[in-house]
Design a protein around this ligand. Structure first.
Ligand code: NAI
Length: 442
């Protein structure tokens, strides 16, 4: 253990004080191995609410379709992710796990996975250097499949370790922001191996992004602040899948919701869904709470902070901590203090106080548990089946971003419906024919 501690210290460039906070297991860097027991209990609770993934795990146990796969998984280290990892291992894969955000790792889950003998490099509160060093440690597994939530593993492979790309069968990407980055790479002909955009499967995006982010973002904000939504003005920036979900749930708790959108069709949809639609500079003086869900940069910035009310709260649920211009806020502030866990107060020179939650990082994962297992069940069923697809077909794929095959997407929906005890209507032979012909009468 001592040897590993020294090795990891060197590799992770940790200074002495941080070094004492992080405990090293034989093949892992986690905060506290003693948390493994609690982690296992929470993983088991989630497992019971992920019936589709469980079914795929049983299939993988029988068929071992991932034999020979070495997977670097850069995902939020949560109980749901632990169940995905269990499924991949059941399929015969070797897996190294690292976090996809410095504040989203659940230390008890990392400890439990490490105690099972997996390679785990993740702890809550990594600094930027440690975050990237952890990903590089995971890449020492010499993976042939990458799993990403935000494309950071793929970015490191492409920028710093391109020799690894040659052995890669393919990768999977979990979130909108990662898919955007990968599509930009493919357009530039810079992508070195095929990737499946798991995010874009309908059984992922329409449920995880909408209902998962909708509910868990509220949870994170309430957990950090005990904010009362009823009667407040909540400004939702971005009306994509995540924004729609959050706006719907905030309204459900009695908030007056204002939507800020740049895309005219989505702005129109928000208006017809019954929300007030305003540009950011007009929404700024009205909001009690601002939540960004855009995947874009600096959507709330200096000119907006300048117009906000005293004690307005700012939170982000988009992938990176760039949606709120934190450097501008720092510059405008006379003083910054932590008023409570996950709440930083910025006292501006004119005396107004603005509160930034969870350092502008994904509020639902930094201050709460992230998405409930019932939605991650579908997202990770897609992930597991997409990994199988890559292992079986990766060699024949081009260096492009692929959609999840529609058969996988449909199968996940069918399994979920069955698990919920729901049945779909079946087309009759006559209807089947009618829907596919142009000759039958009107
Ligand atoms: P989306 O593409 O469906 O929606 C984003 C919306 O933001 C679009 O309608 C776009 O027009 C709008 N937008 C862009 N720039 C804007 C600006 N300056 N002002 C106002 N609106 C703007 O994307 P989706 O799936 O809703 O994801 C949004 C972000 O949330 C991404 O970063 C994604 O990776 C992340 N995400 C976070 C999750 C979480 O657990 N918190 C879960 C899933 C996704």
């Amino acid at each position: 253990i001592k040897w590993w501690a020294i090795d990891c210290e060197k590799n992770l460039n940790m200074n002495k004080s941080r070094y004492f906070q992080v405990i090293y297991l034989k093949r892992s860097v986690v905060k506290d191995p003693a948390l493994a027991v609690e982690g296992e209990k929470r993983i088991e609770w989630a497992r019971r609410h992920m019936p589709v993934l469980e079914r795929i795990k049983q299939e993988f146990e029988r068929e071992k379709p991932l034999h020979g796969a070495r997977i670097a998984a850069c995902l939020h280290v949560t109980v749901e992710t632990a169940n995905l990892i269990t499924t991949l291992v059941a399929g015969g894969a070797e897996v190294a796990v690292t976090g996809s955000n410095p504040l989203s790792t659940q230390d008890e889950v990392a400890a439990a996975l490490a105690a099972r003998g997996l390679h785990v490099y993740a702890f809550r509160g990594e600094n930027e250097q440690e975050y990237y060093d952890c990903i590089k440690k995971a890449l020492e597994l010499q993976p042939n499949v990458s799993l990403d939530d935000g494309a950071d593993t793929i970015a490191i492979i492409h920028k710093e370790l391109p020799e690894l790309a040659e052995q890669m069968l393919g990768g999977c990407e979990e979130t909108t922001t990662g898919v955007l980055r990968l599509r930009a790479m493919a357009d530039d002909k810079a992508l070195l191996y095929p990737v499946i955009a798991v995010n874009d499967a309908e059984t992922k995006m329409m449920f995880d992004n909408r209902y998962g982010t909708g509910q868990s973002t509220l949870h994170g904000i309430m957990q950090a602040t005990n904010f009362l939504f009823a009667g407040k003005t909540v400004v939702v920036v971005g009306y994509g899948w995540c924004g729609r979900g959050f706006a719907m749930r905030a309204r459900g708790l009695g908030a007056n919701v204002i939507v800020v959108e740049v895309e005219p069709r989505k702005a129109l949809e928000a208006a017809m869904d019954g929300y007030r639609v305003l540009p950011m500079h007009r929404a700024a003086p009205l909001g009690d709470l601002f939540v960004t869900l855009t995947g874009d940069i600096n959507v709330i910035r200096e000119e907006h902070f300048a117009r906000m009310k005293d004690q307005a709260i700012l939170a982000n649920s988009g992938h990176f901590n760039v949606e709120i211009d934190i450097p501008a806020l720092e510059k405008m502030a006379a003083e910054r203090s932590e008023v409570q866990n996950n709440v930083a107060e910025y006292r501006l020179r004119d005396g107004r106080r603005l509160y930034l939650l969870a350092e502008g990082r994904l509020i639902n994962l930094a201050a709460a548990y992230g998405h409930p297992p019932e939605v991650m069940d579908m997202s990770f069923a897609n992930q597991a089946l997409a990994v199988r697809y890559i292992v079986e077909h990766g060699r024949s794929l081009e260096r492009k971003v692929y959609a999840v095959p529609v058969e996988i997407d449909r199968r996940v929906a069918e399994l979920k419906l069955a698990a919920m005890g729901l049945e779909t209507e079946k087309l009759t032979a006559e209807q089947e024919k009618y829907l596919h012909s142009w000759q039958m009468g009107t």
